[in-house]
Ligand binder design. Structure first.
Ligand code: HEC
Length: 161
């Protein structure tokens, strides 16, 4: 287990957007997304195609491209704490998102070192394995295909949004 996690983390650090396999199981993640996330979130690409979940679900932000995305930058009325965490450098990777999903408010409090930090996501995933599965599922959407990632055309400064 240590080896797998270490390898996944290393792969993530080296090439966040190369579609490297994560620790979780995509199929379990798909059903966990359905039962636990899609009441509030969907995954919609730039063309407006809904890739996971249902159309017109706006209780939570669009999760397209969430792995490798700065926190709090979708068109959404986020809470101030999540936006602040993003501005201070929070970019979602597997480890950060596991911690967030298990306890969103606790995570933000620790991250911002303030017990006044608040999360507007009033939901938490019960166990780490499920969190990793959902993340593996979500990581499929928005990362460029592996061969495209090679030329690394526009990795930085993609902050329009
Ligand atoms: C009850 C509604 C609800 C459920 C269920 C829910 N979320 Fe959320 N989620 C939200 C809201 C609202 C926010 C915005 C939080 C804020 O502004 O503080 C959010 C934020 C997030 C973010 C940060 C997004 C960003 O742009 O930085 C992620 C990642 C996320 N949710 C993943 C999930 C996953 C994965 C699940 C299922 C396991 C899930 N959420 C279940 C409502 C929900």
């Amino acid at each position: 287990m240590d080896f797998r996690l270490g390898a996944a983390a290393a792969a993530l650090t080296l090439s966040l957007t190369s579609g490297a396999a994560l620790a979780g199981d995509i199929e379990s993640g798909a059903s966990a997304f359905q039962s636990q996330c899609q009441n509030c979130h969907n995954v919609m690409n730039e063309e407006g195609d809904v890739l996971a979940g249902r159309p017109n679900v706006r209780t939570g932000p669009n999760l397209y491209g969430i792995i490798g995305r700065q926190a709090g930058i979708e068109e959404f009325r986020y809470g101030a704490s999540l936006v602040e965490a993003g501005e201070e450098g929070l970019v979602w990777d597997e480890e950060e998102m596991v911690a967030y999903l298990l306890d969103p408010q606790g995570y933000l409090r620790e991250r911002l070192d303030s017990n006044r930090a608040r999360s507007q996501m009033s939901f938490r995933v019960r166990d780490e394995a499920t969190a990793r599965d959902v993340i593996a599922f979500l990581a499929q959407f928005g990362a460029p295909a592996e061969d495209e990632a090679e030329d690394g055309a526009d990795e930085d400064e993609n902050s329009e949004g």
